[in-house]
Each structure stands twice: as C-alpha cells, then as structure tokens.
Design a protein around this ligand. Structure first.
Ligand SMILES: Cc1ncc(COP(=O)(O)O)c(C=O)c1O
Length: 482
C-alpha cells in the first residue's frame, strides 16, 4: 500500500507546476463523484487510490504550486509528508515523557532548535500545537494567568473587578480577538491601535490607550506585537514595544506565525533583535518552514508561568516515581492532552535539509516579493498599496480608463469605488483562470490584491508570469466594471 501511495505522491509532486492551480468545479459536482453510501464492505486499495486521483487531486487547490500566492500558505515538503507517515505509523501520543520517551525528547530538541533560530531565551519552554491560532490562545491564557488576579483560574472572569485589556495594532490577526473572546477577556477589550504609513503599530497611540485605560480603572495585561502582519507583512518595532510593556508591567506576546522564520534570512534577521524580551512567541512551522499543516509552536520565556496556567492535577495524569526530566508532561504547558508527533516533521526537515538551504529558500521568497514590487513600480498599469517588508505584496491594477486621478474629490471617490470593483472582479477572474492565485485584503478602506511568496519552488520568472496572467485576464474582459 505504501509503495503504491508513494508512487502517487511522486507523480503528484513531479507534475505540480503544470497543474491548473484552482479547479473549475462545484460542491455538487464533487459530491456526485464521491461514492456516498456508508461502506459495509471493504474496498480494494487500488480503488481507494483512484479516488485520491479523482476527485481528490483533480478538484483540489494545489498549495504547492509555485504561483499559489493566496493567504499565508506553505507548499508542504516531501520529507515532511514522509515524516507524517512515519509518525502515524508509530502513533506516538506526546502527552508526557512516559508516554513517548524518544518522541518527547525529539520535540524538546526541535523546540530548542526553534528557540535558537529566532534568538529566543535558551531557558524558555515551548511545544507544538495545531497552528498559530492555538499558539496565540495559549499565549494569551498565560498572559492572563501572569497579569490578572490568580482567582480567575478557579472563579472565572467575574471574580475580577476590573475589565482586562489587551493591546494590538488594528492589523493584528483575528485569532487574537477570538482568543480574547474565548478566554473571557472579551472581544471589545482588545484595543485596536492605529498604524503608521508602513502599517506598523503607532507607539504614541499605544501609550495613550494604556494610560487612558489605567485612568478609567481597566486592568491592562498584555500587548501583542506583530512579527509580520497577515495583510501586509508589517513588522512592529519590538524593542520599543518591549520597553512600553516593561514600563506598564504588561505581558509582551509576539505573533510571529507568519514572519517568525524570516529570522533565518540575513536581510530580515535584524528585525528580530529584541525578540528575546518577549514573554511569549507564536510561530507556525506550517507556514515559513514549508511544512504541511498542522504544526504551530508556542514559546514561553518563563516555563513556570506556563505551567501554572495549564497544569491540572488528576489521578489519571499524576506522574508516579520519576525524576524531573522523566516526569515532564506537555499537558502542563498547553491546552491539549493527546498530541500527535508533530515534532518528527520538524526534526526530519531541519536535519534532512539543514539551515542553510532553508535560509536560502526564505531569502529567495523575500527576493521574489521585492522583485514583484519593482515590476509594479516600473509599470504604468499597476500600483503598490503597501510597502513590501517580508514576502507579502499588496497592489492593484489600474486599467487605462482609470489611470488619471481626478482633481474633484467626488470624482476621486467614484474612481476609487470603480477601482475596488474592477480589482475584485480581476481577482475572481485570475482565480478562475487557474495559472496564478492571489487573495485579497482591505487597506485603508480600499480593495487590494494581495500575494504572499512562501514556496521554495517560486522563481523570479513566476513573478513576471503573475503580472502577465493579470494583464491577460484583464484584457480578456473578465474584469470589467470600468
Ligand atoms: C499573523 C498570523 N497570526 C496567526 C495566524 C493563524 O495561524 P493558523 O492559521 O496556523 O491558525 C495567521 C495565519 O495566517 C497569521 O498570519
């Protein structure tokens, strides 16, 4: 079975560049192709693989395609796919050291490597979780434990007479707001701070918001810094935010889910200089370490705070008669009990490929985004809508009818609305065309075409093809409305 499946993997990965990136299909068409009867009898393995070929591969968006620029999407790697197969074969359950001794040691080792990669405190604790959203939630849980009255853990949020406050720029990922809602802090208690022209948090506005809240009897607990925002890739100034966090006794959490592994690239490494001052960092190896989902990572500078947040005494988890290293349990540091062996794919990738190759691949992704920015700035039919800081590029198409900027304010507004509509249609046309894939963002109220380079297969030539594809579908009449 494995041999046949590996043949299929090789066939798939070997042809990924030539595939239509996004399928022409509908939910109904796919449902009709799946045998929907509850299987009473088993099916021949070859037939199962046939169903993987069609409809699964036939009707998938191919995330490993070199011109898949949508969202923050990693391509996956063959070595990690094999690691996932081996992890499921062993079926290790990484609850605690006693449950999976060697696997737990491999997780602890790979977490140490990740701390070194981003330049975090060597004494920090950490673990793999399902993704960046879960890492952000674990971090905010620890922040609440550290900075809010401890009764909250037992008596709930209502035991605290002050509403808690969290601060982040208005470009923060929605998982922070969702975590605040789930932790009883409340969505409205995440104060969204304005950004500067580069989409980085406005530090004066941050200080003013904290001061205002303290005067109004709120309890500020945490500030979240973005190490790469999801919309534009903006990197908040960590040194200054860390100074503000210290001044007001706030937990500093860094959401590095998108940008964290840019620490490996020489040209972006300096952005990480002050990361060691953070109390927690969320990372996503299933983004810029190119791994398949799921693999997020949370690092806590003070292991003891994390332990008091998550540890829970129960007879079925009590560790009996073991030394400290062997009494170690991941359940004391995160929300999950049963956990798959995510560390194996991280270990196999880092060990099998090595840091230099990863650093080169990330640097090349950055170069592709910068090259695209240059192409757009040199063109007269596209314009950039945000600076490129990491590998995200935000821009829009300017059809010739809308190139000139009217003097009249009302006409300018009408032009902006037409450009929004035109680019929205252009995006749909591009996705439908299937050669390149972008997603969208809204920046200062304007519709934006948005791409993110996160693929070792992507080349400078692919960036030129993306522009050609956009021009082709625009001329083809798919994006009208102007
Ligand atoms: C900045 C940032 N934070 C958090 C997340 C959430 O990560 P995940 O999708 O792994 O839950 C994302 C996802 O794109 C992100 O870009």
């Amino acid at each position: 079975m494995a041999n046949a499946a590996v043949e299929l993997m090789a066939e798939y990965l070997g042809t990924i560049r030539d595939r239509r990136l996004y399928p022409h299909t509908s939910s109904r068409q796919i449902r009709e192709q799946l045998d929907r009867s509850l299987p009473e009898e088993g099916t021949d393995f070859e037939q199962l693989l046939d169903a993987i070929r069609n409809p699964l591969l036939e009707f998938s968006r191919h995330n490993g395609h070199p011109r898949m620029f949508g969202y923050v999407q990693a391509p996956g790697t063959a070595i990690a796919a094999i690691a996932d197969l081996l992890a499921s074969t062993l079926n290790a359950n990484l609850t605690a050291w006693r449950s999976a001794p060697a696997a737990v040691e491999m997780e602890r080792l790979t977490i140490d490597w990740i701390k070194q990669i981003v330049g975090f405190d060597p004494n920090a604790a950490g673990l793999f979780v399902s993704g960046g959203s879960m890492a952000n939630m674990a971090a905010l849980a620890a922040a609440r434990r550290a900075k809010a009255p401890p009764e909250i853990s037992n008596e709930g949020a209502q035991s605290c007479s002050h509403a808690l406050r969290i601060y982040a720029s208005e470009e923060v990922h929605h998982s922070i707001v969702k975590a605040a809602a789930l932790l009883g802090v409340g969505r409205d208690n995440v104060r969204m701070i304005g950004v500067d022209e580069r989409y980085k948090i406005n530090l004066d506005a941050l200080v003013a918001a904290i001061e205002e809240d303290r005067a109004a009897d709120y309890l500020p607990i945490c500030v979240v810094a973005n190490a790469g925002t999801v919309a534009t890739g903006a990197f908040d100034p960590l040194a200054q935010i860390s100074e503000i966090a210290r001044r007001y006794n706030l937990w500093l959490h860094v959401d590095a889910a998108y940008g964290g592994f840019a620490a490996l690239a020489p040209t972006t490494r300096p952005l990480f200089t002050s990361i060691a001052q953070a109390d927690s960092v969320a990372l996503d190896p299933h983004k810029w370490l190119y791994l398949p989902v799921d693999c997020g990572c949370i690092l806590y500078r003070d292991p003891e705070t994390a332990r008091t947040t998550f540890a829970h005494e129960a007879e079925y988890t009590r560790v009996i008669g073991q030394e400290a290293d062997e009494a170690f349990a991941f359940w004391d540091y995160g929300p999950e009990l049963s956990r798959r062996f995510r560390a194996l794919k991280v270990w196999m990738l880092l060990k099998g490929v090595g840091l230099q190759a990863l650093s080169d691949a990330i640097e090349k992704d950055l170069a592709c985004a910068r090259y695209f920015e240059k192409l757009v700035r040199e063109s007269d039919d596209f314009e950039m809508l945000a600076p490129v800081e990491l590998s995200i590029f935000c821009f829009r198409h300017l059809p010739h009818q809308l190139k000139d900027i009217p003097v009249d304010e009302n006409e300018r507004r009408v032009r902006e609305e037409k450009l929004d509509l035109h680019n929205e249609r252009l995006l749909l046309a591009l996705q439908h065309d299937g050669s390149s894939y972008l997603s969208n963002a809204r920046l200062r109220g304007r519709f934006t075409l948005r791409g993110c380079v996160m693929n070792y297969r992507t080349t400078l030539r692919d960036m030129e093809i993306l522009l050609d594809d956009l021009r082709r579908v625009a001329v083809g009449g798919a994006a009208i409305g102007t």
